[in-house]
Design a protein around this ligand. Structure first.
Ligand SMILES: Cc1cc2nc3c(=O)[nH]c(=O)nc-3n(C[C@H](O)[C@H](O)[C@H](O)COP(=O)(O)O)c2cc1C
Length: 178
């Protein structure tokens, strides 16, 4: 049996189309983590702020990251076959803005900000991140706009603070316990 992918499901449905603005407004309310996805070495490092990053499974340990097909990092990530997912701490707002292109800094120059090292795969690892997952690219799925990347985790750092940086309502924040 053929398993339909996201693109041919969209072609098959009779449901009325969802307005993209309504979709964005609904999704904007949702709180997400903020990560920096990074790959490469030295002057060939690339990094990008990404919220669409989550756990896929713990056995085997895998994470999932959604990366726009137009983003600069994607061809390098594919060629290298590895990436890190650095979950940011509440003190990392400026770093998140830098790696989102807000400050017009590109390529390896973004790594002049923050303290970076390497671990198992060679991907850049942010020293004071909340937690870090160092991944080998296992496989990917293509949607019309994004690559959905599955990373097999080879190393973890979890000694960072416990105050996560989150993004909700178009603003950065940090969670308050109820
Ligand atoms: C809070 C936040 C979350 C983001 N999440 C994603 C994401 O999950 N996937 C993605 O492709 N872009 C995401 N972006 C946009 C990229 O960070 C932005 O397009 C960046 O400039 C891409 O890097 P580049 O300029 O090197 O291509 C996010 C931006 C922000 C500010």
């Amino acid at each position: 049996m053929m398993i339909p992918n996201a693109m041919n499901i969209a072609e098959q449905t009779d449901a009325p189309p969802i307005d993209a603005e309504i979709f964005r407004a609904a999704m904007k309310k949702v709180a997400t983590p903020v990560t920096i996805i990074a790959t490469g070495d030295g002057d060939l490092r690339h990094g990008m702020t990404a919220s669409a990053v989550c756990s896929l499974s713990d056995q085997p340990p895998m994470i999932l990251a959604c990366v726009n097909r137009n983003s600069a990092i994607l061809p390098h990530l594919r060629a290298n076959g590895y990436f890190s997912a650095n979950f940011l701490d509440e003190g990392h707002v400026e770093l998140a803005q830098c790696f989102a292109g807000v400050t017009k800094i590109y390529g390896s120059d973004r790594f002049n900000f923050g303290k970076w090292s390497t671990l198992a795969t060679g991907a850049p690892i942010l020293a004071d991140a909340l937690s870090v997952f160092d991944c080998r690219l296992e496989c990917e799925y293509e949607s019309s706009t994004h690559a959905v990347l599955v990373g097999r985790v080879e190393a973890i750092v979890k000694e960072g603070s416990t105050r996560a940086l989150i993004y909700s309502g178009g603003r950065f924040g940090s969670p308050t316990p109820l």
